[in-house]
Design a protein around this ligand. Structure first.
Ligand SMILES: [Zn+2]
Length: 165
């Protein structure tokens, strides 16, 4: 497979996810902890829900969102793939990005570095998990095409684009 060549695009010129420094508004939060993620300390008015798997986010949000009023925020912690999957489920149910606070547990300071990522195959549209760097090679387990992980992350697919090479 071809080896990606730096320099990479500046993060600001991409749709790679960015996670602002911790610190949250005074609003009450629905705190969603996925898997083994440790939630932040709860404050008065917060509501904690623990999800075994991000794939179950739809059911949880269907139950919780109707009980929330304007001003509530949703804080999600888990791996990047998990928090992005919960975000996609929330956006599909009418939540706004500005209402979501994502706290991935497996993201370091290098947005391009190799780590577990959800990849959306641009050829067969399979979503799969792989440990990959941005610009790095992966092989789709569905169609066996060689892919390069693009500088594009889809909020609706909760995945990085795997571009066929
Ligand atoms: Zn594929």
């Amino acid at each position: 497979m071809p080896t990606p060549v730096p320099p990479y695009l500046a993060v600001e010129q991409t749709t790679l996810p960015r996670y602002p420094a911790a610190g949250r508004s005074a609003a009450p939060h629905l705190v969603v902890a996925v898997g083994t993620a440790v939630p932040p300390p709860l404050r008065a008015g917060d509501r904690l829900r623990v999800l075994g798997a991000a794939a179950d986010a739809g059911g949880l949000l269907d139950a919780e969102l109707p009980t929330m009023v304007t001003g509530w925020r949703i804080l999600v912690t888990g791996t990047e793939s998990e928090v992005q999957q919960v975000r996609a489920a929330a956006l599909a149910r009418g939540a706004l990005d500005s209402e979501l606070d994502l706290r991935p547990t497996d993201v370091d300071t290098d947005p391009h570095g190799a780590r577990p990522r959800a990849i959306h195959c641009g050829h067969c549209h399979l979503r799969f998990a792989a440990t990959a760097a941005i610009g790095g090679p992966v092989r789709c387990p569905g169609c066996a095409h060689r892919l390069v992980v693009a500088h594009h992350h889809s909020r609706t697919h909760a995945a990085f684009l795997g571009s066929p090479v």
